[in-house]
Write a new protein. Structure first.
Length: 440
């Protein structure tokens, strides 16, 4: 495996917005990333950086996560390692499920060479680089901050119409087939998805600026590796390590936002009071408890939060939190084997759900419903779900969307939820839903 260095951190006396330094770094480097806490973040961290494509696919998985040192909250959470993504099909295949041919949509990771971390709570900017390069990188970052100007508004795009993998009626029929599988006892929840494609050339950077402006999220991100770019406004934190524990925060349950404050509040209340949404959420909580129990010490699994409403510009979401203490010698690969793909994107029981969904969805998911983020050399990890996201490659842009199906699902409502979720990423591309989906 090529050498990968730990990164030293130095607080700087200058500052600039993450967007400004990302725009300069992406011009300088081909393989870049921006782990984005959001356009209006007042806490958390954003990290901008670059690196080299990791040639050893097993390297990030070899990191142990059972002895992560306590983190100094005033210092950057990332101290060197990898930034990238894992795709859905690779994880499903490793779990023993049948998968569609997914071409080049496999996982990809960067060995991070240098970065800048932004502490949104304190406003302090940190330079991150190997020890022998830190002086030079700190000077370069300071120079970029001094030269930074207000970023121009994202350029307009030519309007287009996306192509859907399924028409609304086809998707509704698949929902009924999911309910049939549930009635037959083959599963008790299924996360059915579809995909929208926008052919042609797209500017990933400009598209991401539009996406984050329209739908800011605490786990947004831009990662460009080997001719592909992942753009995400993800609200779902999949796996992270914190205070010696592995934590997951599954989302199940969605309601649209309203511009009327009274109606908007009523929608949030309806979400948390929905028997169907609560049932769907708790099914995934039980699944994630089971997944984590495979790599955590007995008796350490707990539900830290249940049925909590989090609100974003386009939707209200129902979120729960599950955690456990990793068993001795647990590695990232062990954690992925136990918990990936995420239960919130498969359904349960997981293997049966993935097998049924392969039969129904009629195509690959690719990076959508995989995960992205960082894996630190010290075992610190922070990975988000690839949802509310766009993958841009040489064939065009691809947007996945879906929802959890239970016996209590109503097809029309589930179809409408897919339209709500896909609308913002497509708008960032200048595309609208296919005509048949517009009324949903």
């Amino acid at each position: 495996m090529p050498h990968i260095s730990a990164l030293r951190a130095r607080a700087l006396s200058v500052t600039a917005a993450p967007e400004q330094l990302f725009l300069s770094e992406q011009v300088e480097q081909e393989s870049v990333f921006w782990l984005d806490a959001g356009s209006a973040a007042c806490d958390g961290w954003s990290i901008v950086g670059s690196g080299e494509v990791e040639s050893d696919a097993e390297a990030p998985g070899a990191v142990r996560i059972d002895d992560v040192p306590p983190r100094d909250r005033a210092r950057p959470p990332f101290a060197g390692g990898w930034v990238g993504w894992n795709d859905y099909e690779s994880g499903a295949a490793a779990a023993g499920a049948p998968v569609a041919d997914h071409d080049r949509a496999s996982g990809a990771w960067l060995r991070v060479h240098r970065a800048v971390a932004f502490d949104h709570a304190s406003g302090v900017l940190w330079a991150l680089a190997p020890e022998d390069e830190l002086d030079a990188w700190a000077l370069e970052v300071a120079g970029r901050c001094a030269a930074a100007s207000e970023p121009a508004a994202a350029a307009d795009v030519v309007p287009s119409v996306a192509r859907g993998r399924h028409a609304p009626g086809e998707y509704a029929a698949l929902i009924e087939r999911c309910r049939g599988a549930i009635r037959a006892g083959e599963a008790y929840q299924l996360c059915l998805t579809t995909r929208f494609d926008v052919p042609g050339a797209h500017d990933p950077v400009q598209t991401y600026l539009r996406l984050r402006h329209a739908t800011p999220a605490h786990h947004g991100g831009f990662i460009r590796i080997g001719g592909r770019a992942l753009l995400s406004a993800s609200p779902e934190q999949f796996l992270f390590t914190d205070h010696g524990r592995i934590v997951t925060r599954p989302i199940k349950g969605t309601r649209p936002r309203s511009s009327d404050p009274i109606e908007d509040a009523a929608l949030a209340v309806a979400l948390v009071e929905s028997v169907k949404e609560r049932a769907e959420n708790v099914m995934i909580v039980d699944l994630m408890r089971n997944d984590l129990s495979q790599v955590c010490t007995p008796g350490s699994i707990r539900v830290d939060g249940l049925w909590e409403v989090e609100s974003y510009p386009a939707v209200h979401q129902l979120v729960s939190t599950v955690s456990g203490a990793p068993a001795r010698s647990t590695s990232v690969a062990d954690l992925f084997a136990a918990a990936f793909p995420a239960g919130s994107m498969t359904g349960a029981p997981k293997l049966s759900a993935m097998t049924i969904l392969h039969r129904l969805e009629q195509g690959p998911r690719g990076v959508y419903s995989g995960c992205f983020g960082y894996i630190g050399l010290d075992g610190a990890i922070d990975l988000a779900m690839v949802i509310r996201s766009i993958l841009i490659d040489e064939r065009g842009a691809h947007v996945g969307a879906g929802g959890g199906i239970t016996w209590g699902s109503v097809a029309d409502a589930e179809v409408a939820e897919v339209a709500i979720k896909a609308r913002a990423p497509l708008a960032a591309l200048g595309a609208q839903l296919p005509d048949a989906w517009l009324s949903e």
